[in-house]
Design a binder for this molecule. Sequence first.
Ligand SMILES: [Zn+2]
Length: 293
Amino acid sequence: MLILTPMLKALVDGSAPLPPPHPQKLSFPNEFRAMFEIANMVEVLIGNEGRELSDIERRHLLFKLASWCSKKGKVQPEAIRLELKAIYDIVNYNLVMYPEWVTSQWGVSLAKRRFNQYQNAALKLARAVAVAPPRVFTFKRPAGYRLVELTNGAQIHAEGRALGHCMSWSINLDVMRQRGYPPNGDPEALECLTYAVKVRSGELRIFSLRDRRGIPIATIGYDTREKTIRRMEGATGRPRIWDVNKCGIIHALSNVVEIKGVMMMNFCDESCPQRGWCRRLNFGLGRYAVVRD
Ligand SMILES: [Zn+2]
């Protein structure tokens, strides 16, 4: 950030512009907090995937995000922050899939188009090859709620899409390279999704909480080596069962797999079907624990 904010400033005041045909002055507020938001997002984008971007690539990315916000009329720090949040997946996807995009003269609009194309092709495909994921647990209350297990790329993509998380697009590039970059309309493409690869290798099992119509409410990842719940993501604004019954859901899952720990802060919401059952899975405030028997 300390490096990136001045980098962006130099693009804005024209003291260190990108080579033509990029405009020699970037239209963006010359204001620290506004620039900080952009710099911060670039930092997150680089940091998250441990991505190595050269200085020139960083400057291009700052430029792209700042011009996009400016084009959208987002110039207040808060508005910028929200806009960046909205395009985060889009940018991340393009950084992975189209590394040359960063230094191209194409901006976020193209990135957005590509991302939507991918999402639509993948969803169509996921529907075409969809087989209902097997049910592994049925709740007595609320009646008809169930846990299913996701077993292939199509199911994983559909889940990520339904709940708006990265499962729908996060791609394992190594696997994709090995398979020769299957086009988006090819079922192989979905099997290159990061989580599909992990499920195939057996390191991860993914369960989904479904309502009585089969609509996904939350995704739960299970690490088969550590025997721990690694990840739980619920949809916002979905039925309250997720908000008030996490402990109950994990308890239900313990009928399916052995659970030694939950990597999630304070997951017990007092909904435990068996009092104190969860205490050994998660002790101490704000800490998770792997419990050895
Ligand atoms: Zn509990």
